[in-house]
Design a protein around this ligand. Sequence first.
Ligand SMILES: C[S@@+](CC[C@H](N)C(=O)[O-])C[C@H]1O[C@@H](n2cnc3c(N)ncnc32)[C@H](O)[C@@H]1O
Ligand code: SF4
Ligand code: SF4
Length: 370
Amino acid sequence: MKNYIINDFLLFEEFCNLKCLYCGGFDKESNNFRAIKNKLYAPSHWHEVVRGNKLSEGIIGSETTLDDLIEIADKILDKTEKNFAYSILKLSGGEIFLSDNIVKFIKKRHKKYQAMQLLTNGVNLKEEQIREISELGNVYFQISLDGITPEANRARFGNELLLKKVLKNIKLISELKMGLEINCVLTKFNTGDLKKFVEYFSKIPGVVIFPRPVRGNPKNELYPDKEQIENFDFLLENHEQYRAVLPPYKYLERVRSILREELRSWNCYVPYFVMSENNYGKISKCTCGTFSGDVADISSAAVSELRMAIKKNGYSHNQRYSTCADCISQYEIFNLLVEGDISGDDVKNIPTFQINGVINSIDKIREDIF
Ligand SMILES: C[S@@+](CC[C@H](N)C(=O)[O-])C[C@H]1O[C@@H](n2cnc3c(N)ncnc32)[C@H](O)[C@@H]1O
Ligand code: SF4
Ligand code: SF4
């Protein structure tokens, strides 16, 4: 019996090779967090917290390295697997491809899950790594990209060379038939011209684009204007033509509603389907960060049913939390499936929902919730 569909594991959370304008974790202060090759530079309080964690015992030497964090993650996941069952281990960050040794880690763990999903900005990803990972057979990608021009990606990198590299990687992933979800953040730089984006990827098989509005404080600088928001309708009006490369119509309707109203006004069941763990062994209420709060510590709690822990800690799917007001992501598909707004047939183009047993497990978890 699966307790969850996905474990969304945050590796190297504070470390990244980009500084996207909308990324909450990378404010001015985070200039202090840097990974140079394997070595990690961070404020002393960060080093103290990591060293103070029981899970680090016997791993961290005189310096803290990316390899150390990978070893800690391995230890955490061994413990996690004793208490939880889930179909997909998702690795997110920070940026997981800061370390070349991530591939070794993926190879070591992938057989324990139905599938592994890798979220990356795609910049450090190398052709030989993609080929090596594709051989594993049950690993697929999620790449963040806001368009196919430097202008559309101005909140991410705006550098044509980096963009070309990411597009080349995506092409190879498609050729190797690995399945790819593209995370696209809607900002003033791309919302007005999504046509080019969908047209380009409609010619690349196995890719689905998940747009979501920029959320949190970065909205102040980056939110699309009224006219750009009206342009988003292009995706709804042409959904039939581009359905292979787009999520279901109902998902896009919800994105449009948040773009227009800046207010989410429906239930969210995501914390019942997606558990969220980090490199410190903490499990939080929700992976999406806006509704955060630790509910368990994998090293001390034998939590056999995290959903109960989440409910006891005050999460309710029909509350309208202010912290959830502008949140929508690819995980919204769980909400649409739970409430019967879409069916398994509507999500056949989305790699996560093609994985054997996922739709059945969603049905079982739904019975458990109500
Ligand atoms: C924090 S990143 C970590 C993974 C990896 N570095 C990447 O960019 O794919 C996770 C996702 O959140 C998105 N994101 C970051 N800041 C956001 C914001 N303010 N609003 C909406 N999505 C955001 C990113 O584009 C990315 O798809
Ligand atoms: S690449 Fe990902 S983690 Fe890095 S700054 Fe951009 S959104 Fe944040
Ligand atoms: S709306 Fe977003 S932050 Fe709130 S519970 Fe759902 S997924 Fe989490």
